[in-house]
Write a protein that binds this ligand. Structure first.
Ligand code: SF4
Length: 344
């Protein structure tokens, strides 16, 4: 079945049934931006063609197969089935002060194979297309109508290294920003990458107002390669050089993601090394607790007092730091836990 995203099919329907283009435009507006349910959006069409439209054009590309709500915080894990019968996961994150964010997947599985991340163990790895990416947001918005919320921030931080699927992620970002589709501010869409320098530079050239997060986790090259195997292709000096060039070009402050692993990268000496590596760069450091996964039983989370000591050391040395609390741990929806339904 064709979808609302298939512009040629929608146009063909419009001509065949002589629908006013403004009515279709209003349907799209109400569905993607107006916070209306599917049935309400369909009402923008004349009653005489509504049934035929619903038979010919679906508003969904993915099929929502499961919704799991956290019992402890504002996270909701969504499992979708793609037309190719693969499972994709996304997470809705509700901040207590009201902001609603969404962590979307750009791939099924991930070839970066980070040892601490469940997505890195999923095989085979498949790219999602742009529609399969943005439809995660559209369907989350449908669920959020009942709560009078909408997705305001989108982070490409679910399954997949976004820059391994750069073209489709770029298309998806353009649709999210486009006023004819989602109309989200570019400042509110963020890509999180393990650090692929040339792609980072291309991205910041295309989306100069969009923030970028870099999963750094250590500034020891050998240790980094053991945590993020593809890091061997992107030595740390090259990564720093890309960050420097982005800063000179006026990119927004970079978010440095640092996962704290007990006894591996959480000493004060490693905090000092991080400070030296980031010296002079406009960055904000996000310290993330490790969320255990079955595939990596040897990894453990740094206890809270040590996490705080690590953060305090960075602050003393002049960095701005957030110690993040991971939402969705009880439903395997926290950072690094998405595994295409394997844990669900
Ligand atoms: S942390 Fe990100 S880049 Fe690494 S395996 Fe997981 S999804 Fe891929």
């Amino acid at each position: 079945m064709n979808t609302i995203y298939d512009l040629a099919a929608v146009e063909q329907f419009r001509r065949q049934y002589r629908v006013d283009p403004h009515q279709l435009k209003r349907l799209r507006y109400q569905y993607f931006r107006g916070g209306r349910s599917q049935s309400q959006a369909y009402r923008e069409l004349p009653e005489s063609v509504r049934w035929a439209f619903r038979q010919a054009i679906s508003l969904d590309r993915l099929r929502l197969t499961r919704r799991i709500d956290s019992a402890t915080d504002g996270a909701t894990r969504l499992l979708f089935r793609t037309p190719g019968q693969q499972t994709v996961e996304s997470v809705i994150l509700r901040a207590p002060e009201g902001r609603t964010s969404m962590c979307v997947s750009s791939q099924v599985g991930c070839a970066a194979r980070c040892t601490f991340c469940a997505s890195g163990y999923v095989r085979p790895v498949t790219d999602l297309d742009a529609i399969e990416i943005v439809d995660q947001v559209a369907q989350a918005n449908q669920l959020l109508i009942a709560e009078n919320r909408r997705v305001r921030n989108v982070v490409f931080m679910g399954m997949g290294e976004p820059f391994h699927n750069e073209n489709q992620v770029t298309r998806a970002a353009r649709m999210l920003h486009n006023d004819d589709w989602f109309g989200l501010s570019a400042r509110r869409t963020m890509v999180s990458t393990v650090g692929i320098p040339e792609a980072m530079l291309r991205w910041s050239g295309s989306f100069p107002r969009s923030p970028l997060a870099i999963s750094l986790h250590t500034v020891d090259q050998r240790l980094r390669e053991s945590l993020i195997p593809i890091a061997q292709r992107y030595p740390l000096p090259l990564l720093r050089d890309a960050m420097q060039r982005m800063a000179v070009a006026g990119s927004p402050s970079l978010l440095i993601e640092y996962l704290l692993l007990r006894g591996i990268n959480d000493s004060l000496a490693q905090a000092d090394a991080l400070v030296r590596y980031l010296d002079g760069l406009p960055v904000h450091v996000n310290l993330i607790p490790y969320n255990p996964i079955a595939a990596a039983p040897h990894l453990r989370s740094t206890p809270r007092p040590q996490r705080e000591a690590f953060g305090a050391r960075l602050r003393e040395r002049g960095l701005t730091v957030t110690i993040r609390y991971s939402q969705g741990r009880d439903i395997a929806a926290a950072c690094g836990q998405l595994a295409a339904g394997a844990a669900g």
